[in-house]
Design a protein around this ligand. Structure first.
Ligand code: AHR
Length: 820
């Protein structure tokens, strides 16, 4: 069977048409056809269309892009403790270190480190060491800039020995010394040059020692490797090179929960992030570690400048995770802060804040077209976003009428200029929703897809997820009249154990090396081949409409969502046979737990954590017809119980949720390779806390019957979902070169041969360029294999106004035939 889709040109405000066809490929695919109509140009593509989103998550800034190598440089990370520092005291010497809040270098720094050394000698120097962000990285032939404030007690004037060493202190890679310390604070600098023979290591340490007894106070201890474009207080070179290769049009900064903070005190307060580092107090970051704010507003703007990108300025709007400033007079100071911030970004030297920026070292204003009011304000349970957005909108428009003001959730009382949509989904979900914006109401606000990712792969996406990402981008690009801009999130992850707070991220690194995921490479390819205008495409591809249809089978399980629960007397029977009877007293070695805090308590299996999607599975993956019985009790929380059937994995199962949607309903849901849909039985049920319920689920073939306290509550039939689409394409023209650019994804396991046609151009040269990415679905890139999946640039042979082209199995392709 074949399916044919016509994708006509779309003009602004015109009716919508289906832009793509999505089908799954049979084992041997029949040829299809794809025609680009170059004479019927559609919507213009915003030059800022492809961008980046950033926040300090996963040690993205501190411990990542911000090149500072000293962790806890101002000794503020851990209250009265001095984390990430240790004493270095050889035999015969002793060292103590403690925080001293008297006489700080500045009010913002607040404390200094008092180091008292006794017994140190020239042959046995002693002092302190910093262990950096998961080790201090050391590379050969590299010049490091060390600096710190120091003062000393009478009787000591130095020298202080500054060095880069191996973690065990046996090897010194580079050293220098500073002298002339006095009782007054002074900033000292030293250069540490490593020789060529040093083997790069992520596990070095930065050491400050003395070869005689004395007491020294230290503050703002810093160590920078060479930075991108040599900027002082600058950014890591390898990561900036990776970003430059993406050719981003904008950076959404600082986006995400980081702008909000977990309470009002921890939001990104831009005025505290500018000026000399000594005057930046830092703040508790949203993602569980303290921010130095060395990466402040000006550094973020210079980051954009260095990449020829514009900022999309995300501003704090009074909504922190735990706290909301209500609209009206209480919000006014925050509105004023945003007006000041826009002036800092765009004002000339005659404006108050433009002059501050000039004093901070950047006289030239930055370009700005978009300001985003907050982040994910659908989370504001007080429902105040509409009025808060309106308050910011009017204040901004009054002074800066040309700015586009982005809303982060629906606003009804006025029409927002742009709406920010976020999507984090499985491969199956993404592939099935590539046409998301095809039917978007063009009379509504333009869309900024400000966070999206196919979330399979940890810490970076699998190739399969990247194929879905490519298909999703195709869907966004061809709807360029509805979608103004897009950016993937999160951008960065430090891959050291314990460094990440988010599973699937675009670019990974440790202290020394970095790698782009397959999705990163795909986004470089798309960002580097951007058109000016969408061209309509007709295509027709073979379609397999039949899903594989095996009889469902699998393990059973229990779980919860943001709810504390316990389960006992768990039995699985088949006719008169007992397939499984939980013996919790004997242990739970036969269970597999995914998320949650599970333990056996008072004879029951208890989940006491507050995570979503806590799962505990048991039994045999081949079980088919059975009856599952158990008792369940809710201890506390937002919902009720979750029972699992036909479990093949944490993303493949049937779930019966009792107390779904805020403990109001029951729902039976099927999840197949991460794609989920309700398949039946939705009854009104509220689970009472503290009461034991009897639960029974009967499974016969595909039929599922769910009983609560002996009463039949819900029924469903477990049938496979239709196959996800696998072929996607879009085309555009680059108005500067007149090149036609075809982007295509073949997410099936079979190659797809297509008869290609380019209508509306006089002729097409026989040779052009193509980039192709292929790989196995589960492939990932890593520090060890950074290029396992990466595009290859090839000649496009035998091209013309019509030619045959094979799109390999599991591939992303960009074709650039040369139009004459
Ligand atoms: O990208 C990670 C987080 O996901 C962002 O901080 C937040 O906006 C979203 O929920």
């Amino acid at each position: 069977m074949k399916i044919t889709t016509t994708i006509p040109a779309r003009t602004f405000g015109a009716a919508l048409f289906m832009l793509m066809t999505a089908v799954s490929a049979p084992v041997i695919a029949d040829p299809g056809s794809l025609t680009v109509h170059a004479d019927r140009p559609g919507p213009k593509i915003n030059p800022l269309f492809y961008g980046l989103m950033t926040e300090d998550i996963n040690y993205s800034w501190d411990g990542g892009l911000y090149a500072e190598l000293i962790r806890n440089r101002s000794f503020k990370d851990s209250g009265d403790k001095v984390d990430h520092w240790s004493t270095v005291a050889p035999a015969g010497a002793s060292v103590t270190m403690s925080l001293d809040r008297a006489e700080p270098v500045s009010a913002a720094l607040g404390a200094s480190l008092r180091v008292e050394v006794t017994g140190a000698t020239a042959s046995a120097p002693a002092g302190i060491a910093n262990h950096g962000y998961f080790g201090v990285p050391v590379k050969p032939s590299t010049k490091y800039a060390a600096s710190f404030y120091a003062r000393c007690a009478p009787g000591f004037s130095g020298p202080l020995l500054v060095s880069l060493q191996s973690a065990d202190g046996r090897t010194t890679f580079a050293k220098a010394q500073v002298t002339g310390l006095t009782g007054k604070w002074k900033k000292y600098s030293a250069t540490l040059q490593t020789p060529s023979g040093v083997a790069a290591t992520t596990a070095g340490q930065f050491v400050l020692m003395t070869d005689r007894p004395g007491t020294v106070w230290l503050s703002l201890v810093s160590l920078f490797p060479p930075t991108y474009k040599g900027r002082p207080n600058g950014l890591r070179v390898d990561l900036m090179n990776k970003l430059a290769a993406m050719k981003p049009g904008f950076i959404r900064l600082p986006g995400g929960c980081y702008i909000e903070g977990y309470n009002l005190a921890s939001h990104f307060d831009w005025k505290k992030t500018i000026g000399p580092l000594e005057d930046r107090p830092g703040h508790p970051g949203f993602w569980g570690y303290r921010a130095t704010d060395g990466m402040g507003l000006l550094e973020l703007l210079q980051w954009c400048e260095d990449l020829n990108a514009e900022p999309v300025l995300a501003v704090f709007n009074g909504y922190a995770m735990g706290d909301t400033v209500q609209p009206g007079p209480a919000l006014e100071p925050y509105v004023q802060d945003v007006l000041d911030e826009i002036e800092y970004v765009t004002g000339d030297g005659n404006t108050k804040w433009g002059a501050v920026r000039a004093r901070n070292g950047h006289p030239k204003p930055f370009p700005l077209h978009y300001v985003e009011i907050g982040n994910e304000d659908w989370g504001d349970k007080s429902g105040s976003y509409d009025a808060r957005y309106v308050q910011f909108y009017h204040a901004i428009k009054a002074k800066y009428p040309h700015l586009q003001v982005i809303a982060t959730t629906a606003v009804k009382s006025i029409a927002p200029d742009v709406l920010d949509d976020h999507f984090y989904r499985s491969t199956g979900e993404t592939l099935r929703d590539v046409s998301h914006y095809d039917k978007y109401d063009r009379k509504g606000p333009q869309v900024f897809v400000g966070e999206w990712a196919t979330t399979e792969g940890k810490p970076t996406p699998t190739y399969e997820a990247s194929l879905a990402d490519a298909a999703w981008l195709i869907g966004l690009e061809r709807n360029a009249d509805a979608v103004a801009m897009e950016c993937y999130a999160p951008l960065f992850v430090n891959v050291n154990p314990g460094a990440s707070q988010w599973d699937t991220n675009l670019i990974g690194y440790d202290g020394v090396s970095s790698f782009g995921s397959p999705s990163y490479h795909m986004q470089c390819l798309f960002g580097g081949n951007r058109g000016s205008v969408v061209l309509p495409v007709d295509f027709s591809v073979p379609q397999n409409t039949t899903a594989p249809d095996p009889m469902p089978q699998g393990r059973v399980g229990v779980g919860s969502w943001a709810t504390q629960v316990e389960y006992k007397d768990i039995v699985v029977t088949q006719d008169d046979r007992t397939l499984y009877k939980a013996d919790l007293a004997a242990g739970v070695a036969d269970w597999r737990f995914v998320r949650g805090d599970w333990k056996v308590q008072d004879g029951a299996l208890q989940q006491s954590g507050n995570s979503g999607n806590c799962q505990a599975f048991v039994g045999d993956a081949s079980w088919t017809d059975y009856s599952l019985r158990l008792k369940a009790r809710k201890i506390s929380g937002e919902e009720g119980f979750r029972i699992f059937l036909h479990v093949q994995g944490e993303k493949d199962f049937i779930s019966w949720t009792i107390g779904d949607a805020g403990n109001t309903h029951t729902a039976i849901e099927k999840k197949q390779n991460g794609y989920s849909r309700g398949i039946g039985g939705d009854a009104a049920v509220k689970v009472e806390t503290g009461r034991w319920y009897d639960i029974r689920v009967d499974v016969h073939g595909r039929q599922i019957a769910c009983y609560l306290d002996g009463k039949l509550i819900s029924e469903a039939t477990d049938k496979p979902f239709p196959p996800a689409p696998t072929f996607f394409a879009t085309a555009s023209r680059d108005d500067k070169t007149q090149d036609i650019i075809i982007k295509a994804v073949n997410a099936s396991a079979a190659p797809q041969v297509m008869a290609l046609g380019i209508d509306g151009v006089p002729s097409v040269a026989s040779a052009g360029t193509q980039w192709v990415m292929t790989g196995s679905p589960k492939d990932v890139n890593s520090i060890a294999e950074p290029q396992k999946v990466a595009p290859r640039k090839l000649l496009l042979n035998n091209a013309g106004r019509s030619f045959t082209h094979e799109f390999p199995a599991n591939s992303v392709t960009v074709l650039r035939p040369l139009c004459l």
